[in-house]
Design a protein around this ligand. Structure first.
Ligand SMILES: *[C@@H]1O[C@H](CO)[C@@H](O)[C@H](O)[C@H]1NC(C)=O
Ligand SMILES: *[C@@H]1O[C@H](CO)[C@@H](O)[C@H](O)[C@H]1NC(C)=O
Length: 364
Protein backbone atom coordinates (compact mmCIF):
# COMPACT_ATOMS: atom_id res chain seq x y z
CA UNK A 1 0.00 0.00 0.00
CA UNK A 2 2.77 2.40 0.89
CA UNK A 3 3.66 3.73 -2.54
CA UNK A 4 0.03 4.36 -3.40
CA UNK A 5 -0.96 6.20 -0.27
CA UNK A 6 -0.60 9.79 -1.50
CA UNK A 7 -2.83 9.11 -4.49
CA UNK A 8 -5.39 7.28 -2.41
CA UNK A 9 -5.45 10.00 0.23
CA UNK A 10 -6.47 12.40 -2.50
CA UNK A 11 -9.15 10.15 -3.88
CA UNK A 12 -11.95 11.41 -1.66
CA UNK A 13 -10.93 14.92 -2.54
CA UNK A 14 -10.87 14.05 -6.23
CA UNK A 15 -14.47 12.97 -6.08
CA UNK A 16 -15.32 16.25 -4.43
CA UNK A 17 -13.71 18.04 -7.35
CA UNK A 18 -15.99 16.29 -9.79
CA UNK A 19 -14.18 13.20 -11.00
CA UNK A 20 -17.44 11.32 -10.54
CA UNK A 21 -18.76 8.41 -12.60
CA UNK A 22 -15.33 6.90 -13.11
CA UNK A 23 -15.93 3.48 -14.48
CA UNK A 24 -12.78 1.76 -13.38
CA UNK A 25 -9.56 3.00 -11.96
CA UNK A 26 -6.24 1.53 -12.91
CA UNK A 27 -3.89 2.21 -10.03
CA UNK A 28 -0.21 2.29 -10.92
CA UNK A 29 2.50 2.19 -8.29
CA UNK A 30 5.86 3.97 -8.39
CA UNK A 31 7.26 4.57 -11.88
CA UNK A 32 8.68 1.63 -13.79
CA UNK A 33 11.53 3.92 -14.84
CA UNK A 34 12.38 7.59 -15.35
CA UNK A 35 14.39 8.26 -18.46
CA UNK A 36 14.73 10.11 -21.76
CA UNK A 37 12.87 7.63 -23.95
CA UNK A 38 9.73 8.23 -26.01
CA UNK A 39 8.64 5.35 -28.28
CA UNK A 40 5.78 7.46 -29.75
CA UNK A 41 7.49 10.77 -30.58
CA UNK A 42 11.05 9.46 -31.01
CA UNK A 43 10.85 5.75 -31.89
CA UNK A 44 14.23 4.06 -31.85
CA UNK A 45 15.93 7.12 -30.39
CA UNK A 46 17.92 6.97 -27.14
CA UNK A 47 18.17 9.50 -25.61
CA UNK A 48 14.99 11.33 -26.67
CA UNK A 49 14.27 14.99 -25.81
CA UNK A 50 13.29 15.02 -22.13
CA UNK A 51 12.84 12.77 -19.11
CA UNK A 52 9.54 10.96 -18.67
CA UNK A 53 8.08 9.13 -15.70
CA UNK A 54 6.83 5.85 -17.11
CA UNK A 55 4.25 3.41 -15.73
CA UNK A 56 2.96 0.04 -16.90
CA UNK A 57 4.41 -2.86 -18.88
CA UNK A 58 8.04 -3.77 -18.32
CA UNK A 59 8.93 -3.93 -22.03
CA UNK A 60 8.84 -0.14 -22.33
CA UNK A 61 11.68 0.62 -24.77
CA UNK A 62 12.74 3.08 -27.50
CA UNK A 63 11.11 0.87 -30.15
CA UNK A 64 8.39 -0.85 -28.17
CA UNK A 65 5.43 -2.16 -30.17
CA UNK A 66 2.09 -3.72 -29.28
CA UNK A 67 3.60 -7.19 -29.61
CA UNK A 68 6.65 -6.39 -27.53
CA UNK A 69 4.54 -4.79 -24.79
CA UNK A 70 2.32 -7.88 -24.68
CA UNK A 71 5.48 -9.91 -23.89
CA UNK A 72 6.22 -7.76 -20.80
CA UNK A 73 7.04 -9.94 -17.81
CA UNK A 74 5.27 -7.58 -15.38
CA UNK A 75 3.46 -4.27 -15.02
CA UNK A 76 3.75 -1.58 -12.38
CA UNK A 77 -0.04 -1.17 -12.55
CA UNK A 78 -2.58 -3.44 -10.82
CA UNK A 79 -4.54 -5.09 -13.68
CA UNK A 80 -2.26 -7.86 -14.88
CA UNK A 81 -3.75 -8.18 -18.37
CA UNK A 82 -2.81 -4.59 -19.14
CA UNK A 83 0.80 -4.20 -20.29
CA UNK A 84 0.23 -0.72 -21.72
CA UNK A 85 2.60 2.15 -20.99
CA UNK A 86 1.47 5.50 -19.60
CA UNK A 87 4.02 8.32 -19.43
CA UNK A 88 4.38 12.07 -18.93
CA UNK A 89 7.22 14.55 -18.33
CA UNK A 90 8.93 14.25 -14.97
CA UNK A 91 8.55 17.19 -12.58
CA UNK A 92 11.70 18.69 -11.05
CA UNK A 93 12.20 21.05 -8.12
CA UNK A 94 14.58 23.89 -8.95
CA UNK A 95 16.15 25.12 -5.73
CA UNK A 96 15.70 28.92 -5.67
CA UNK A 97 19.13 29.35 -4.03
CA UNK A 98 21.36 26.92 -5.91
CA UNK A 99 19.29 26.76 -9.15
CA UNK A 100 19.90 23.00 -9.16
CA UNK A 101 17.25 20.41 -10.04
CA UNK A 102 15.89 17.41 -8.10
CA UNK A 103 13.20 14.92 -9.14
CA UNK A 104 9.79 15.40 -7.52
CA UNK A 105 8.46 11.91 -6.75
CA UNK A 106 4.95 11.03 -7.88
CA UNK A 107 2.98 8.87 -5.50
CA UNK A 108 1.87 6.57 -8.26
CA UNK A 109 -0.58 7.32 -11.05
CA UNK A 110 -4.30 6.72 -11.25
CA UNK A 111 -5.63 6.12 -14.75
CA UNK A 112 -9.40 6.41 -14.85
CA UNK A 113 -11.01 4.41 -17.64
CA UNK A 114 -14.26 6.29 -18.18
CA UNK A 115 -17.19 5.48 -20.40
CA UNK A 116 -18.36 8.86 -21.60
CA UNK A 117 -20.15 10.55 -24.43
CA UNK A 118 -23.11 9.87 -26.72
CA UNK A 119 -21.52 6.75 -28.24
CA UNK A 120 -21.55 4.94 -24.89
CA UNK A 121 -24.38 2.46 -24.32
CA UNK A 122 -25.40 4.19 -21.12
CA UNK A 123 -26.21 7.33 -23.18
CA UNK A 124 -28.01 5.37 -25.91
CA UNK A 125 -25.05 4.85 -28.24
CA UNK A 126 -23.69 1.71 -29.92
CA UNK A 127 -20.98 1.18 -27.28
CA UNK A 128 -17.28 1.84 -26.93
CA UNK A 129 -14.41 -0.07 -28.52
CA UNK A 130 -11.28 -1.43 -26.86
CA UNK A 131 -8.04 0.12 -28.08
CA UNK A 132 -6.84 -1.84 -31.13
CA UNK A 133 -3.41 -3.48 -31.46
CA UNK A 134 -0.74 -0.87 -32.19
CA UNK A 135 -2.86 2.00 -30.94
CA UNK A 136 -1.10 4.96 -29.34
CA UNK A 137 -1.82 8.60 -28.72
CA UNK A 138 -0.75 11.80 -26.99
CA UNK A 139 -2.74 14.48 -25.23
CA UNK A 140 -1.20 17.90 -24.67
CA UNK A 141 1.47 20.01 -26.37
CA UNK A 142 5.10 19.97 -25.25
CA UNK A 143 5.79 23.41 -26.81
CA UNK A 144 2.94 25.23 -25.12
CA UNK A 145 3.71 27.78 -22.40
CA UNK A 146 0.45 29.73 -22.05
CA UNK A 147 -3.28 29.62 -22.67
CA UNK A 148 -3.79 30.37 -26.37
CA UNK A 149 -7.47 29.87 -27.09
CA UNK A 150 -10.62 31.56 -25.81
CA UNK A 151 -12.09 29.30 -23.12
CA UNK A 152 -14.84 26.94 -24.27
CA UNK A 153 -14.31 27.77 -27.95
CA UNK A 154 -14.71 24.05 -28.64
CA UNK A 155 -12.17 23.54 -31.41
CA UNK A 156 -9.92 20.50 -31.07
CA UNK A 157 -6.93 22.79 -30.38
CA UNK A 158 -8.78 24.53 -27.57
CA UNK A 159 -10.03 21.21 -26.18
CA UNK A 160 -6.42 19.99 -26.13
CA UNK A 161 -5.54 23.01 -24.01
CA UNK A 162 -8.53 22.40 -21.72
CA UNK A 163 -7.54 18.74 -21.33
CA UNK A 164 -4.76 19.50 -18.81
CA UNK A 165 -5.61 20.97 -15.43
CA UNK A 166 -4.00 21.36 -12.00
CA UNK A 167 -5.37 20.96 -8.52
CA UNK A 168 -3.60 22.56 -5.54
CA UNK A 169 -5.11 21.64 -2.19
CA UNK A 170 -4.51 23.57 1.01
CA UNK A 171 -5.46 22.84 4.61
CA UNK A 172 -6.70 25.95 6.29
CA UNK A 173 -9.52 28.36 5.77
CA UNK A 174 -8.29 31.54 4.11
CA UNK A 175 -5.87 29.55 1.98
CA UNK A 176 -7.79 29.02 -1.22
CA UNK A 177 -7.56 25.74 -3.08
CA UNK A 178 -6.65 26.16 -6.74
CA UNK A 179 -8.11 24.38 -9.71
CA UNK A 180 -7.02 25.74 -13.05
CA UNK A 181 -4.81 25.77 -16.11
CA UNK A 182 -1.11 26.33 -15.57
CA UNK A 183 0.81 25.80 -12.36
CA UNK A 184 -0.41 27.41 -9.13
CA UNK A 185 1.86 29.85 -7.26
CA UNK A 186 1.28 28.76 -3.68
CA UNK A 187 2.42 25.78 -1.70
CA UNK A 188 -0.05 22.89 -1.97
CA UNK A 189 0.38 21.39 1.49
CA UNK A 190 -2.64 19.07 1.16
CA UNK A 191 -1.82 17.78 -2.31
CA UNK A 192 -0.88 18.77 -5.85
CA UNK A 193 -2.12 16.97 -8.92
CA UNK A 194 -1.81 17.21 -12.66
CA UNK A 195 -4.88 15.88 -14.48
CA UNK A 196 -4.81 14.96 -18.13
CA UNK A 197 -7.80 13.90 -20.22
CA UNK A 198 -7.01 11.83 -23.28
CA UNK A 199 -9.05 11.99 -26.51
CA UNK A 200 -11.91 9.45 -26.60
CA UNK A 201 -12.91 9.53 -30.28
CA UNK A 202 -11.09 7.54 -32.95
CA UNK A 203 -11.11 7.74 -36.76
CA UNK A 204 -11.64 3.97 -36.80
CA UNK A 205 -8.74 3.40 -39.23
CA UNK A 206 -5.35 4.65 -38.08
CA UNK A 207 -3.70 3.38 -34.92
CA UNK A 208 -1.33 6.39 -34.98
CA UNK A 209 -0.76 9.56 -37.05
CA UNK A 210 2.18 11.79 -37.89
CA UNK A 211 1.47 14.17 -35.00
CA UNK A 212 0.22 11.26 -32.83
CA UNK A 213 -3.02 13.17 -32.17
CA UNK A 214 -4.99 13.63 -35.40
CA UNK A 215 -6.20 10.00 -35.60
CA UNK A 216 -8.09 10.74 -32.38
CA UNK A 217 -10.25 13.65 -31.18
CA UNK A 218 -11.65 14.97 -27.93
CA UNK A 219 -15.29 14.62 -26.99
CA UNK A 220 -17.11 17.92 -27.59
CA UNK A 221 -16.91 18.84 -23.89
CA UNK A 222 -13.89 16.59 -23.15
CA UNK A 223 -15.62 14.71 -20.35
CA UNK A 224 -18.89 14.08 -22.18
CA UNK A 225 -20.69 15.11 -25.36
CA UNK A 226 -20.24 13.87 -28.89
CA UNK A 227 -17.45 12.79 -31.21
CA UNK A 228 -16.83 14.78 -34.42
CA UNK A 229 -18.05 13.02 -37.63
CA UNK A 230 -14.41 12.56 -38.70
CA UNK A 231 -13.81 10.42 -35.59
CA UNK A 232 -16.94 8.31 -35.23
CA UNK A 233 -15.65 5.47 -33.01
CA UNK A 234 -15.98 5.89 -29.25
CA UNK A 235 -13.11 4.75 -27.00
CA UNK A 236 -12.87 4.59 -23.23
CA UNK A 237 -11.72 8.01 -22.08
CA UNK A 238 -8.47 7.81 -20.17
CA UNK A 239 -7.91 10.37 -17.47
CA UNK A 240 -4.48 10.52 -15.82
CA UNK A 241 -4.35 11.76 -12.26
CA UNK A 242 -0.73 12.37 -11.24
CA UNK A 243 -0.05 13.25 -7.63
CA UNK A 244 3.27 15.07 -7.31
CA UNK A 245 4.85 15.04 -3.89
CA UNK A 246 5.72 18.75 -3.81
CA UNK A 247 5.43 18.95 -0.01
CA UNK A 248 8.83 17.24 0.29
CA UNK A 249 10.31 20.57 -0.86
CA UNK A 250 8.01 22.92 1.09
CA UNK A 251 10.68 24.09 3.52
CA UNK A 252 13.06 25.03 0.70
CA UNK A 253 11.10 27.83 -0.94
CA UNK A 254 8.83 30.64 0.16
CA UNK A 255 5.60 31.26 -1.69
CA UNK A 256 5.12 34.95 -2.39
CA UNK A 257 8.88 35.62 -2.32
CA UNK A 258 10.24 32.88 -4.57
CA UNK A 259 8.56 32.02 -7.83
CA UNK A 260 6.85 28.61 -8.12
CA UNK A 261 9.96 26.39 -8.14
CA UNK A 262 8.70 23.31 -10.01
CA UNK A 263 9.47 22.77 -13.67
CA UNK A 264 8.81 19.94 -16.09
CA UNK A 265 11.72 18.02 -17.57
CA UNK A 266 11.07 19.78 -20.91
CA UNK A 267 12.11 23.11 -19.34
CA UNK A 268 8.60 24.35 -18.61
CA UNK A 269 7.95 26.44 -15.48
CA UNK A 270 4.34 27.24 -16.52
CA UNK A 271 2.64 23.82 -16.56
CA UNK A 272 1.20 24.31 -20.04
CA UNK A 273 3.53 21.77 -21.67
CA UNK A 274 2.10 18.85 -19.71
CA UNK A 275 1.32 15.89 -21.93
CA UNK A 276 0.21 12.33 -21.42
CA UNK A 277 1.24 9.46 -23.67
CA UNK A 278 -0.46 6.10 -24.07
CA UNK A 279 0.74 3.01 -25.91
CA UNK A 280 -1.71 0.11 -25.92
CA UNK A 281 -0.56 -3.15 -24.40
CA UNK A 282 -3.94 -4.58 -23.36
CA UNK A 283 -5.26 -8.07 -23.84
CA UNK A 284 -7.91 -6.63 -26.16
CA UNK A 285 -10.56 -9.27 -25.42
CA UNK A 286 -10.27 -8.62 -21.70
CA UNK A 287 -10.67 -4.87 -22.19
CA UNK A 288 -13.62 -5.32 -24.58
CA UNK A 289 -15.35 -7.73 -22.20
CA UNK A 290 -14.82 -5.31 -19.35
CA UNK A 291 -16.24 -2.42 -21.39
CA UNK A 292 -19.28 -4.44 -22.40
CA UNK A 293 -20.00 -6.35 -19.19
CA UNK A 294 -18.51 -4.49 -16.24
CA UNK A 295 -20.49 -1.28 -16.24
CA UNK A 296 -23.46 -2.82 -14.53
CA UNK A 297 -25.47 -0.32 -12.46
CA UNK A 298 -26.76 -3.28 -10.40
CA UNK A 299 -23.38 -4.29 -9.04
CA UNK A 300 -20.18 -2.71 -7.81
CA UNK A 301 -18.75 -2.40 -11.33
CA UNK A 302 -21.24 0.44 -11.79
CA UNK A 303 -19.42 2.27 -9.00
CA UNK A 304 -16.01 1.99 -10.59
CA UNK A 305 -14.84 -0.82 -8.30
CA UNK A 306 -12.13 -2.36 -10.44
CA UNK A 307 -11.88 -5.57 -8.39
CA UNK A 308 -15.58 -6.29 -9.04
CA UNK A 309 -15.00 -6.81 -12.78
CA UNK A 310 -14.62 -10.57 -13.19
CA UNK A 311 -12.50 -10.26 -16.34
CA UNK A 312 -9.64 -8.60 -14.49
CA UNK A 313 -6.88 -10.49 -12.71
CA UNK A 314 -5.49 -8.03 -10.20
CA UNK A 315 -2.11 -8.03 -8.50
CA UNK A 316 -1.21 -6.44 -5.17
CA UNK A 317 0.40 -3.01 -4.99
CA UNK A 318 3.38 -4.70 -3.32
CA UNK A 319 3.87 -6.97 -6.35
CA UNK A 320 3.31 -4.13 -8.84
CA UNK A 321 5.93 -2.03 -7.05
CA UNK A 322 8.51 -4.75 -7.70
CA UNK A 323 8.10 -4.22 -11.44
CA UNK A 324 10.97 -1.85 -12.28
CA UNK A 325 13.36 -1.73 -15.21
CA UNK A 326 16.85 -0.35 -15.69
CA UNK A 327 17.01 2.81 -17.80
CA UNK A 328 18.00 2.32 -21.47
CA UNK A 329 19.84 5.65 -21.35
CA UNK A 330 22.80 5.87 -19.06
CA UNK A 331 22.65 9.32 -17.50
CA UNK A 332 21.59 10.78 -14.16
CA UNK A 333 17.95 11.78 -14.08
CA UNK A 334 17.74 11.93 -10.31
CA UNK A 335 20.00 13.21 -7.56
CA UNK A 336 20.95 16.90 -7.66
CA UNK A 337 21.47 18.10 -11.23
CA UNK A 338 22.99 21.34 -12.50
CA UNK A 339 20.83 21.12 -15.66
CA UNK A 340 17.74 19.28 -16.77
CA UNK A 341 18.84 16.13 -18.65
CA UNK A 342 19.19 16.71 -22.40
CA UNK A 343 18.92 20.18 -23.89
CA UNK A 344 16.00 21.71 -22.05
CA UNK A 345 16.74 25.30 -21.08
CA UNK A 346 13.98 26.89 -19.03
CA UNK A 347 11.56 28.61 -21.43
CA UNK A 348 8.78 30.49 -19.67
CA UNK A 349 6.89 31.65 -22.76
CA UNK A 350 4.29 32.96 -23.27
CA UNK A 351 5.18 32.04 -26.86
CA UNK A 352 5.78 28.43 -27.81
CA UNK A 353 9.06 26.90 -26.69
CA UNK A 354 11.80 25.82 -29.10
CA UNK A 355 12.79 22.16 -28.95
CA UNK A 356 16.55 21.59 -29.12
CA UNK A 357 18.55 18.48 -29.80
CA UNK A 358 21.46 17.38 -27.63
CA UNK A 359 23.88 18.13 -30.48
CA UNK A 360 22.56 21.65 -31.17
CA UNK A 361 22.20 23.04 -27.69
CA UNK A 362 22.49 26.76 -26.90
CA UNK A 363 24.47 27.66 -23.77
CA UNK A 364 22.19 27.72 -20.75
C1 LIG B 1 -23.36 12.99 -20.25
O1 LIG B 1 -24.41 13.65 -20.90
C2 LIG B 1 -25.62 12.91 -20.89
C3 LIG B 1 -26.61 13.65 -21.79
O2 LIG B 1 -26.72 15.00 -21.40
C4 LIG B 1 -26.09 12.76 -19.46
O3 LIG B 1 -27.29 12.03 -19.41
C5 LIG B 1 -25.02 12.02 -18.67
O4 LIG B 1 -25.38 11.94 -17.30
C6 LIG B 1 -23.70 12.76 -18.78
N1 LIG B 1 -22.67 11.92 -18.17
C7 LIG B 1 -21.83 12.38 -17.26
C8 LIG B 1 -20.83 11.41 -16.75
O5 LIG B 1 -21.85 13.52 -16.84
C1 LIG C 1 18.79 7.22 -10.37
O1 LIG C 1 19.33 7.23 -11.70
C2 LIG C 1 20.24 6.17 -11.97
C3 LIG C 1 20.80 6.39 -13.37
O2 LIG C 1 19.78 6.47 -14.33
C4 LIG C 1 19.51 4.83 -11.82
O3 LIG C 1 20.41 3.78 -12.02
C5 LIG C 1 18.91 4.73 -10.42
O4 LIG C 1 18.14 3.56 -10.34
C6 LIG C 1 18.03 5.94 -10.12
N1 LIG C 1 17.55 5.89 -8.77
C7 LIG C 1 16.28 6.04 -8.48
C8 LIG C 1 15.97 6.00 -7.01
O5 LIG C 1 15.43 6.20 -9.29
Amino acid sequence: MLPLSPAFTLLAVSLFFGTANAWFRLACTLPLVRERIDPIVSPGVAPANHVHSVHGGSNFAPSSTYDSLRQSSCSSCLITQDKSNYWFPTLYFQDPKTKQFEVVPNGGLLVYYQNRGTLDKINGGPGLKAFPAGFRMISGNVKSRSQKYPPNQGTQAELAERAVKYICLRYSAGKADYEGYGFPTTDCEAGFQARIHMPACWDGKNVDSADHTSHVAYLSIIDNGSCPPTHPVGLMKLFYEITWDVTTFASRWKAGTDKWPFVYADGDPTGFSAHGDFQNGWDINVLQNAIDQCNNPNDQTGNGITEACKYFVMQSAADATKCRINPHVSESTNGTLARLPGCNPIQAGPSDATLYSDSNCPAH
